[in-house]
Write a protein that binds this ligand. Sequence first.
Ligand code: SAM
Length: 284
Amino acid sequence: MKNLSDINVVKSLLSRHGFQFSKALGQNFLINPEICPKMATECGADQTKGVIEVGPGFGVLTRELAARANKVVAIELDKRLPAVLAETLRDFDNVKVVQADVMEVDLHQLIHDEFSGLDVLVCANLPYYITSPVIMKLLEEKLPVESLTVMVQKEAAVRICAAPGTVSVAVQYYSQPQILFDVPRDCFFPAPNVDSAVIRLNIRTEPPVKLETEEKQFFKLVKAAFGQRRKTVLNSLSTGLGKSKEELSAALQQAGIAPTARAEQLTMEQFGTLCNLLFPNKAQ
Ligand code: SAM
């Protein structure tokens, strides 16, 4: 099969299959020859690994993953793409294409059925319109996977890995995130309006804080704390949780948090302590 990073090869594939890009499905395909080999290597794909790819598109990353991993299962929503993938992936016998919406797939079952005896990784150039929902599904379902290596918009990479907020605290609860490298917009066809970055989330085996209550209370607290950015955490929690300022002030004091603190100043540990104080005795 010819080089899928060659724009002329891609254009000929497009015209032969009568394929037109769907903006709604976030279809910006990688055409820079360096990015996919780098992603496939840095995600850790090797013969001991099974890899789940979300959104294979024409298979440019899938081929790099299949060349390194023991097995790849690629989940693609677009019904037009399995025919293209049958052509671009014909040199590989270790790839299975599942035509489905990743949000609807039972991934525990898929891992059980497809990756027996293998460590499992996720590697994907994610469709931008559902970046956070896909990442949160992959994390919240507590799948037996080692890491997620995903390409997202640069702004989302910062929001997930660095900037304090509801998403980053949730992601950091489940994983240790890091930005691996930037990917400029001209690496894609068609080129999007923004740059991207590849991030890796190493899944934690133990949560970073010990909760004495249900996890959903922790996330409710975090959401309420970041709910009103310019307010102190005391005021945000009072509005967001509907609790009295007396109760909240006492809990903040016990958790060693200044009454004037804002949500972005709180550590993961302080969120955990606060959660245990505000939602006690609801053991999981
Ligand atoms: N992996 C290819 C690449 O890097 O060139 C394509 C990446 S493109 C950014 C995102 C892909 O995700 C598209 O192929 C799109 O059709 C697919 N997609 C969009 N929504 C999806 C969903 N809900 N479930 C599975 N795949 C989806």
